[in-house]
Ligand binder design. Structure first.
Ligand code: GLN
Length: 196
């Protein structure tokens, strides 16, 4: 599909390897980004799931907040999955007191929204822009998207809550497509990257 497109995967903590494999399965050049200068030449970036507080602290240590905001201003598409969606959000509900995010996307995200009893589950999702059978949603101590601004398009809901949304070159999913072997949302993101 997009042989000449390079997409970075933020590789500080969490499920970054699975995203790299998913991109490579689509024929996309994928780069594990550990330092901001590795963003050079990447048209898109995935912030993986993991632990948003841990990823956020490492982002501070390595100078990723400024670098990613600048890269996005200059046209980079960014997709956050689960913890990554938290890191994109303008506002986090149930955040740790000093938790910092990129504040790029006009969404309010509630951390660990499903509580302990059902903290991990799978659900079939209808996702806007993703054709065919329902998408297998894998939720692991997931947040949900509690509020969306006027320029945010809701792509999928589950139980009345938004679980996937897009705003311009930003994509947020509260579930983990990289753990399913289903390449459709990676393909959808790569199309955004190519189109931006
Ligand atoms: N609960 C985690 C957090 O707050 C997110 C979990 C995940 O990414 N699977 O960062």
């Amino acid at each position: 599909m997009a042989g000449s497109v390079r997409v970075g995967v933020l590789a500080l903590q969490g499920a970054f390897r699975e995203h790299i494999l998913s991109l490579e399965a689509l024929g996309v050049e994928a780069v594990a980004v550990r330092l901001p200068d590795q963003l050079e030449g990447c048209a898109g970036l995935i912030i993986p799931g993991g632990e948003s507080t841990a990823i956020g602290k490492l982002m501070t240590s390595y100078g990723f907040y400024e670098a990613l905001c600048t890269a996005h201003d200059q046209g980079m598409a960014i997709w956050g999955t689960c913890a990554g969606a938290i890191l994109l959000a303008r506002r986090v509900l149930d955040a740790l007191p000093d938790q910092r995010t990129l504040e790029l996307m006009d969404i309010a995200v509630r951390r660990n929204a499903y509580g302990r009893q059902v903290d991990s589950f799978e659900a079939e999702l209808t996702v806007g822009g993703v054709a065919g059978a329902p998408f297998p949603g894998v939720f692991i101590r997931a947040p949900w998207i509690e509020e969306t601004g006027p320029s945010v398009e809701v792509l999928a809901t589950h139980g009345g809550r938004t679980v996937a949304a897009r705003e311009g070159r930003l994509l947020a999913t509260t579930f983990h497509p990289e753990l399913t072997g289903d390449p459709r949302i990676h393909g959808f993101f790569v199309d955004t990257v190519v189109g931006s």
